[in-house]
Design a protein around this ligand. Sequence first.
Ligand SMILES: [Zn+2]
Length: 228
Amino acid sequence: MASLDWKNIFLNDLDFTIAVEIGMRTIIMFALVLIFLRSTGKKGVRQLSIFEVAIIIALGSAAGDPMLSGESAIIPSVLVFFVILLVYRIITFFAAKYQKIENILEGVPMYIVEDGKFTMNEEGDANFAQDEFFAEMRVKGIEHVGQVRAALLETNGQVSFLFFDDEEVKPGLPIYPKIYNKKSKVIANAGLYACTHCAEVLHLRSQQACSRCNREEWVAAMDDKRIK
Ligand SMILES: [Zn+2]
């Protein structure tokens, strides 16, 4: 078995001249990437849509080669930049004109909570990864889903919340781990229980499946007002 060539892994044919060349190439490519990103007309980056992530990946791979490889020249990469910029401009032009194209590129906002309950797809599954969304809710100071009139997953990955006024808050599914993790099939005392899967709230006396999603794990519903 051939032994590993550590020198080749870490240095290959690196010497001082090549190191200086890599430095120069990196500075030039970095400057070009900055100029390119400015010329897309975007003001800054908070959250990227999938379309923009695709652009960044294409850009990054075109910029990376001439930084590292002595065999890649800079002008072909600049050509790639221009083509990406052109495609970006054409697509954003049509996306601004036609809603359908924008929906395909950026996706559409998706309801996660409606009227204090999770929305579901046809198979009766909640529309999202619960853990992640619970964390988003806790960051917003939400204690249970009954405080939320609507929550939407926006196309940039952020979640927007609309809240019930205090007098409209309904009993809902608690989302804090210590309470949520007490979920059980056993109904010890009659009362209001929230389905841990879809957040439906029912008055239960004994063990039963959720009338909305058919699962059967419950936790006592909470009806606290929102802490502001
Ligand atoms: Zn349910």
